[in-house]
Ligand binder design. Structure first.
Ligand SMILES: Cc1cc2nc3c(=O)[nH]c(=O)nc-3n(C[C@H](O)[C@H](O)[C@H](O)COP(=O)(O)OP(=O)(O)OC[C@H]3O[C@@H](n4cnc5c(N)ncnc54)[C@H](O)[C@@H]3O)c2cc1C
Ligand code: FES
Length: 249
């Protein structure tokens, strides 16, 4: 497709490892240098499937681009079968990325939805912006190794704090007094976080996910409804939105 031509790239896999149950960290060396903001995503060609699969960038540092992905269906099974030295065909980065504020930041993610928040945390820390990352997982087997997370909960209490991560949000807001909140994860978790942040009057930025085809705002496959009655594409207008702009019900 002509519109994605200058976004086309390839990368050599530097490392691929399983870091939790069905969760893989893929580190690759892109051929072309990139400028990437936390919250942006790439779309990976998976074997012979026409539709590329979108993944948030989990880190981009020293020319190494990383994604953290959950093995779900055929596309991610294919990526998980790749080895060091194999070539990845991808397009991107796409999307707007998180709006960076020079303010005390609280980051809260659910499961693999935490991937863009790891990148955001590194980015904020490098800029000297105070931040605190909370992440929730179903069970201990889902908690990825070696991630820099300040507060962890598991639904079943098998690791660290027991319960849903949003159950701890009010407590952390009171203790930490964040000026801005960033989140990514399942829709219902984001909705709960939206309601709590609204109650405390703290602006919340959410990275949304929607099934995608083109990734560039053309096919309209990833449209969501906004609170003002208009529609927006997650791939081009997002994936990051101010939570009050989203129609949650
Ligand atoms: C902006 C964005 C960022 C994402 N970041 C990550 C990430 O960092 N890590 C991660 O593990 N997953 C991420 N996802 C979800 C990931 O794209 C899907 O899990 C993946 O496409 C599933 O592909 P599959 O072939 O294995 O599964 P299948 O279920 O077989 O996929 C079939 C089709 O549905 C689409 N699809 C299925 N689930 C999703 C979904 N949740 N979102 C979008 N498309 C979907 C696929 O692209 C494919 O076209 C992200 C999705 C979006 C939109
Ligand atoms: S995926 Fe085509 S418009 Fe978003």
């Amino acid at each position: 497709m002509i519109l994605t031509k200058n976004k086309q790239n390839t990368a050599i896999i530097k490392n691929i490892s399983q870091v939790a149950n069905n969760l893989f960290l893929l580190e690759m060396l892109p051929k072309k240098e990139l400028e990437i903001l936390p919250g942006q995503f790439i779309s990976v060609l998976c074997d012979n499937f026409t539709l590329r699969r979108p993944f948030s960038v989990m880190n981009y540092e020293n020319d190494v681009l990383s994604i953290l992905f959950k093995r779900k269906g055929e596309g991610t099974a294919y990526i998980s079968s790749l080895c060091i030295g194999d070539t990845i065909d991808f397009t991107g980065p796409f999307g707007n990325g998180f709006s960076i504020k020079n303010q005390k930041s609280l980051l809260i993610g659910g499961g693999v939805g935490s991937a863009p928040l790891y990148f955001l945390k590194k980015f904020l820390s490098k800029k000297g912006i105070e931040n605190f990352l909370m992440a929730g997982f179903q069970t201990i087997a889902d908690v990825p190794e070696k991630m820099d997370i300040d507060f962890i909960s598991t639904d079943d209490g098998s690791f660290k704090n027991k319960g849903f991560i949003c159950d701890y949000l009010e407590e952390v807001i009171k203790d930490y007094s964040p000026q801005v909140i960033y989140s990514c994860g399942p829709f219902l978790l984001l909705k709960k976080i939206h309601l709590i942040s609204k109650q405390y009057g703290i602006p919340l930025y959410v990275a949304m996910e929607k099934e995608m085809a083109c990734s560039i705002g053309v096919c309209r496959g990833c449209v969501i409804e906004l609170s003002n009655g208009q529609n927006a594409t997650v791939c081009k207008d997002g994936p990051v939105f101010l939570s009050e702009a989203i129609k949650w019900d």
